[in-house]
Write a new protein. Sequence first.
Length: 431
Amino acid sequence: MEQPVRVGLLGLGTVGTGVVSIITRHQHELSHQVGRPVEITKVLVRDLERNRGANLPKDLLTEHAEEVVTSEDVDVVIEVMGGIEYTKGLMEQALKNKKHVVTANKDLMAEHGADLLALAAREGCDLYYEASVAGGIPILRSLTEGLSADRITKMMGIVNGTTNYILTKMSGEGRAYEDVLQEAKQLGFAEADPTADVEGLDAARKMAILATLGFSAPVQLEDVTVKGISAVTKTDLYYSNQLGYTMKLIGIAKRDEGRLEVSVEPTLLPKEHPLASVQNEYNAVYVYGEAVGETMFYGPGAGSLPTATAVVSDLVSVMKNMRFRVNGHSGTKPLYEADLKAEKEKQSQFFIRLYVADQTGTFKTITSLFADYDVSFEKLLQLPVEGEELAEIIIITHQTNREAYGELLERLASLEVVRNVASCYRVEGGN
Ligand code: NAP
Ligand code: HSE
């Protein structure tokens, strides 16, 4: 057996301890694949004294990041600490010191991925980031290898485990938002600051990465329109259910004659839609290719061991490249510009819930406003509000131009007969 491949870990939290566990438990299978054992030689932690449950000799731990990224005893740096600017500096230092890098960090890859991949190529090093999107699902490899012969035109997915966990528990068990969010944190699904999860930013970063690879165009985080789930109420979930829909945080990336559209929004899906049955922290990504047609990828989107599987699989890729001396080609430059659609070129169906004055003429005022904007109803529900002279109206529109819809909503909210536009969501997968 040859010399071991030496791994330096940055971070020993949820994912880091999973990585240690897989390297330790699957050592036999790993070394069989690449002809060399894997040895963890340095681990960065914040506090040397804290017990993290990872069975590692204490002398491997360090509080000094430079000891990992510049060490003579490290061939591959695995970054599972999170963060952007400071971590980017460490990654650059690692690459300049000829260390290959594997990361689970979508925040960093969505913002600085192109620069880091270019640096890795210049240094003859690999930089892999499979775990950054959809946890244990090998979706990046599927796009860049399995589907590389095709032209992908649509990707649609549940790419955030925390929000899917929250929506599943809120709608299925009637539990409170805050209560389920705390549970998602304890289970290790949520980010250190879960704002990025619940406000859709984490999913937007993942969609930017997917769109960049799937469409071979440099899609930036700011190109993604984002809306999170923090304002979703039990009432919205109740009516979604009554009308035959399930609410999910859905990322959509479309390519239409070279024009791109990428978004993340809470979305109502018909209950029979394949993504509607994806529960808890599970993720799923639907990919449509011109030649292959429809494909679907499903699996755990967050959590220690599922995510660590993706990280260690990247390590195996690095080690195979080392064996054949072909490191430094882990990224491909995008072929196209990111040519983004304007709002007026986008179409969607919508769910709108509003409270109106329960009086003669209200309905006529509302329908004539919708007609002005050429927005027609697919479904309509009107209910009296008990004890008040108000009615609650729930509308599902037909396909509508998004710019016209935005203007319509503003006008709707300003009508005298409208007390409050309580919520509005995209609807996908209908007729
Ligand atoms: P975590 O549990 O908070 O672990 C991060 C670890 O890094 C902690 O042990 C932390 O130390 C350490 N760390 C952070 N900054 C440090 C610093 N400046 N110096 C020394 N140690 C530092 O986070 P995680 O859930 O494992 O996530 C790690 C990365 O994987 C993130 O980029 C995340 O987005 C990504 N990811 C996570 C999941 C998931 O399911 N959790 C899935 C996919 C991707 P302390 O313990 O001392 O704070
Ligand atoms: N916080 C992320 C999620 C972790 O919930 O999906 C996986 O990227």
